[in-house]
Design a protein around this ligand. Structure first.
Ligand code: AR6
Length: 234
């Protein structure tokens, strides 16, 4: 990852973003390390081809709805590059709506290396999953399964139970064993798989540009995700 991208774009005032630093404070005081933090990618807006304007409105709406329900927790929208359209749309809209930037902000970086490369500690990360909860495919799903190792596949199977899959609009919390590299190295204790609406004809359950349905499902997806995070925080 490009260190410059971290320092130029990241908006968390509490962390140094020179790419090598860590969150720290004087002994005994509360550090940002202790704050429950959910890092999440923009669900459905890459491989699933969901409209970015509509998705950014829904992210803002749901963040505003949930900020009071997650106690002292923080929500962080993450994407790989500073040129990310969805990240920039959300950033501008969040500023417009005066959303508390200590509770919600955007961050440029790989969601599997937020601590080691960006100095941002996120104990929970969200995955834009596929309905079978399989490691395959590309995007953030493959990145998270690769970084976590086999422990995530095993824990995901356990959490999914007999069904073994999830419905569009729903989320599933998976505790990440301490043997996983993602836990050891990045401090991630939970992965929340989320299945968003699909507008890509090459993927299952394509909604064929039915945005009435698509927006409803994307709202449900973020509600499920933030509810799962709220349960972890509690
Ligand atoms: N770190 C942070 N953000 C990322 C990373 C990463 N390592 N990789 C991608 N993104 P996508 P979807 C951003 O396509 O549209 C999979 O194959 C990316 O730039 O991963 O919900 C699954 O198996 C974008 O902003 O998810 C599903 O079949 C966001 O993550 C399907 O794709 C989501 O992009 C899900 O498609």
């Amino acid at each position: 990852q490009d260190v410059v991208a971290f320092s130029a774009q990241n908006t968390d005032k509490n962390i140094k973003t020179d790419g090598n630093s860590r969150e720290h404070s004087a002994a005994g005081s509360v550090t940002t390390n202790d704050i429950p933090t959910l890092a999440f990618p923009s669900i459905s807006t890459a491989d699933f081809q969901f409209n970015h304007e509509k998705a950014s409105d829904i992210i803002i709406e749901k963040v505003e709805e949930f900020l009071d329900k997650i106690g002292n927790g923080r929500l962080v929208l993450v994407d790989l590059t500073s040129g990310s359209r969805i990240l920039n749309l959300v950033k501008v809209k969040a500023e417009h709506r005066n959303i508390d930037s200590s509770k919600f902000f955007t961050f440029v970086g790989d969601i599997t290396q937020l601590y080691t490369k960006g100095g941002l500690h996120c104990n929970v990360i969200a995955n834009a999953a596929n309905w079978r909860l399989k490691p395959r495919g590309g995007g953030v799903n493959a990145a998270i399964f690769n970084a976590a190792g086999p422990a995530l596949e095993i824990s995901t199977k356990e959490a999914a139970g007999d069904a073994g899959c999830i419905e569009p609009g729903s989320a599933l919390t998976v505790p990440l064993p301490s043997t996983s590299q993602l836990h050891k190295r990045e401090g991630v204790t939970h992965v929340i798989h989320v299945l968003g609406p699909n507008m890509n004809p090459q993927r299952p359950d394509c909604l064929n540009s039915d945005y009435d349905k698509g927006c409803k499902i994307l709202r449900e997806a973020y509600s499920s995700l933030f509810d799962c995070f709220a349960s972890i925080v509690r």
